[in-house]
Design a protein around this ligand. Structure first.
Ligand code: BGC
Length: 349
């Protein structure tokens, strides 16, 4: 079967190649791939900056934002042939650490977790893949291709859950949220903010095109300037850019007792214009909390499935701005600024 593979830590090594059928040790459920979303992590892996092949292998099957159709459910009770499923990405570490032991693999303490398509286990960019029944999440069939948005939705579901839990350490009635960044993570974070009845603002670089349009279609407000020029102090910031200057401005400008949740993974950039001690003083004097959030556990997958099922299908459809065939995977990896989510489509839905 065909798969998109990469030699981790070797830039430009991605290719579409023939690989053997998925090994039974990956799980008793056999799935036909329909589509796989491409995100910044996949781009980093193909640029040689991130990613690990399975032990004993040199290449990794890429892809962690899956959508597939069950070909053979195996002995699993809850699944049947034809069900649309999405595969959970992370697996607990083998020790396991206390968090992995209680199913919170997203909070793994020792870093020995594995991740499909990212860290030591093959991903979903292959014509067929296997999965353990307990890691296959059934999605609302009326979502169709939109089910490919499930994995990024789990990431923001966790971020929201943690930001709200932290905020509630004291009396807190958040009203406004600022989402920085208007890629898929930013837009899905905005969607969840609207679903919770908050006043949602999204700030990003683009001035026109599908991203601001998607924000407005959600009933949220789009800003294209700097955080410092917003003119109000948000109660929550969902930071989805990973850009140093945006982060330090967000911490400096958030309302008293507000929470800044960092979801973006950035690197380098210019030296901060606001010195670190000044940023920290702002946080101290306003009781702010800055949290990082990565990945998602099964509770978040469950809640994300509910959030997607509730969402307006036409709005979700705006997020998928490109579909490429596996042969053209390079086009999907070279996402343009106007693109939101590009998916590689393996089969018709
Ligand atoms: C994925 C997460 C993963 C993280 C770090 C993200 O792109 O969505 O599931 O935990 O990368 O590897």
């Amino acid at each position: 079967m065909k798969a998109i593979t990469v030699e981790p830590k070797k830039a430009g090594s991605a290719q579409l190649e023939n690989v053997s059928e998925p090994d039974l040790h990956y799980g008793s459920v056999l799935v036909e791939a329909i589509a796989v979303g491409v995100c910044g992590t996949d781009v980093e892996i193909t640029q040689g900056k991130y990613g690990w092949a399975p032990p004993g292998a040199t290449r990794l099957v890429l892809g962690h934002e899956s959508l597939g159709r069950v070909i053979d459910p195996g002995p699993s009770n809850g699944l049947k042939k034809g069900d649309l499923v999405v595969g959970i990405v992370r697996r607990p570490d083998p020790v396991p650490c206390p968090n992995c032991a209680v199913g919170e693999w997203d909070m793994c303490r020792n870093g020995q977790y594995t991740e499909r398509g990212i860290k030591q286990v093959h991903g979903f960019m292959s014509e067929r893949w296997r999965i353990e029944p307990e890691y296959a999440m059934k999605i609302d069939p009326t979502l169709g291709i939109l089910g490919v948005l499930m994995e990024p939705t789990t990431v923001v579901t966790k971020a929201w859950e943690h930001a709200l839990a932290v905020g509630r350490r004291a009396f807190w009635e958040p009203r406004t949220v600022l989402v920085t960044g208007s890629g898929p993570i930013g837009l899905l974070a905005a969607l969840l903010g609207v679903q919770q009845g908050l006043e949602v603002h999204v700030l990003a670089r683009t001035q026109s095109g599908p991203k601001p349009e998607a924000v407005r279609a959600l009933g949220a407000t789009y800003h294209s300037g700097r955080v410092a020029d917003l003119g109000f102090a948000p109660d929550i910031v969902m930071e989805c850019t990973g850009v140093g200057e945006v982060i330090s401005e967000a911490i400096s400008r958030i309302a008293a007792s507000g929470v800044v949740c960092l979801t973006g993974v950035g690197h380098g950039g210019p030296l901060p214009t606001i010195p670190m001690a000044d940023v920290a003083s702002c946080a101290v004097l306003k009781n702010n909390v800055v949290i990082g959030s990565v990945n998602a556990n099964k509770r978040h997958w469950y809640k994300a499935a509910e959030a997607l099922a509730r969402a307006d299908r036409a709005w979700l459809a705006r997020l998928i701005t490109g579909r490429e065939r596996p042969e053209d995977f390079a086009k999907a990896l070279g996402r343009g600024a106007q693109q939101i989510k590009v998916v590689i489509q393996f089969a018709d839905i």
